[in-house]
Design a protein around this ligand. Structure first.
Ligand SMILES: Cc1ncc(COP(=O)(O)O)c(C=O)c1O
Length: 363
């Protein structure tokens, strides 16, 4: 670091300055963050306001929100002694890393994946190992097992963002049971896929499953996620979590969400159908290769400069994610599945952009 005034920062921060970055130009069609395109009905929002009105705002929430956590555990079908709750699953990932990573420790992060994992691990000074996704971006159990022998912690998103890769449950069970590493399985997109590792957490002390209400539950703005682990490991993870981390508003909203899960998740089938429709049409586009997805987004490669395609679509009011700076994704873009009319607007903008930009190398 050049500036001597900043000698107090950890050395690794010089290359991480600014942290997690996202280019979000204002666009009427927003398909860049894998959000649920359907907001809560106003009747349910009203129910949350009424719940919060009757709570004392001047008091701290419970030190350990036991009743609330029990409701979340019941919803998930796990023990209340297995659940920690947080402001989005990201906050809990941070607590898990604080509890397990430091200089001299190693974390295995198959790439490409959610960029936050590597960023947080590096801030904590851990060494990041990369292995486990094969040439088709599928999880490779043999490569994972070999690399995990040298790691303290492994992070797998399943389905993975942005590749959509999913870990085979039999492979996962074998990996967790035959290695000493802590396995963190991020199931942010579980509801679009349907397979979970939750059951294993009861018997495997070296497994943590992360869940979020940001995606299927359409609750990204309220920030709620939870983690499920073995009861014996829970108090150790809890030590690294901030007290009073969940505010009364989020808890009221999440209780309402769980009571009305059928309504809030009512569009999932439509989103999955739309994913298949968009994938089919994308595959027919010139110079485009689409990856299989069990999630609410699609990753695709293009023979055009991806940044130029992204910019051309932004110019037409359609915002998707440029993931071409991710490892191994030099030619890739990612689009979230939106409402049918938003998906149509995306397909149309892409078609225009492909016509506008000649095939060729990345600028
Ligand atoms: C793999 C993955 N995990 C976690 C998150 C964010 O979860 P939360 O909103 O609960 O912090 C995302 C958001 O895009 C994600 O893609």
């Amino acid at each position: 670091m050049q500036n001597t005034t900043f000698q107090f920062f950890k050395q690794q921060l010089s290359k991480l300055a600014g942290g997690y970055k996202l280019d979000v130009p204002p666009c009427p069609i927003k398909l860049n963050q894998n959000e649920n395109p359907y907001d809560w009905p106003s009747t349910l929002k009203q129910a949350v306001f009424e719940r919060v009105r009757d709570v004392d705002w001047n008091r701290y929430p419970p030190f350990v929100p036991a009743d609330f956590t029990s409701k979340v555990a019941k919803y998930l079908g796990v023990g209340a002694d297995q659940v920690l709750v947080g402001n989005g699953s990201n906050e809990l990932l941070y607590a898990i890393f604080v509890a397990t990573l430091e200089p001299g420790r190693k974390v295995l992060i198959p790439q490409p994946t959610f960029t936050l994992y590597k960023l947080l691990a590096e801030i904590l000074g851990a060494e990041v190992l990369t292995a486990g996704l094969d040439d088709d971006m599928q999880y490779d159990a043999v490569a994972l097992e070999t690399a995990a022998r040298d790691a303290n912690v492994v992070v797998l998103a399943s389905p993975n963002n942005p590749t959509g890769s999913v870990i085979n449950p039999i492979d996962l069970e074998h990996l967790v049971q035959t290695t000493h590493a802590l396995w963190i399985v991020d199931e942010a997109y579980f509801e679009f896929h349907g397979e979970t590792a939750l059951e294993l957490t009861r018997t495997c002390p070296n497994l943590v499953v992360l869940r979020t209400f940001s995606k299927a539950f359409a609750t990204a703005g309220l920030r709620f996620g939870c983690m499920v682990c073995h009861p014996n490991a829970l108090p150790l993870f809890a030590a690294a979590k901030l007290p009073y981390n969940l505010n009364i508003f989020t808890m009221a909203a999440v209780e309402t969400a769980m009571e009305h899960a059928v309504t809030l998740k009512g569009r999932l089938e439509e989103i999955k159908r739309e994913r298949e429709r968009v994938a089919r049409l994308l595959k027919a586009s010139r110079g485009v290769r689409v990856y299989p997805s069990r999630s609410n987004f699609l990753l695709f490669e293009t023979d055009r400069d991806p940044r130029a395609l992204w910019q051309s679509m932004v110019n037409r009011g359609v915002l998707i994610r440029d993931v071409s700076s991710y490892p191994r994704l030099e030619r890739a873009l990612r689009v979230s599945i939106g409402r049918p009319e938003e998906n149509d607007a995306f397909l149309k903008a892409l078609e225009f952009a492909i016509t506008e930009i000649a095939p060729g190398a990345k600028a």
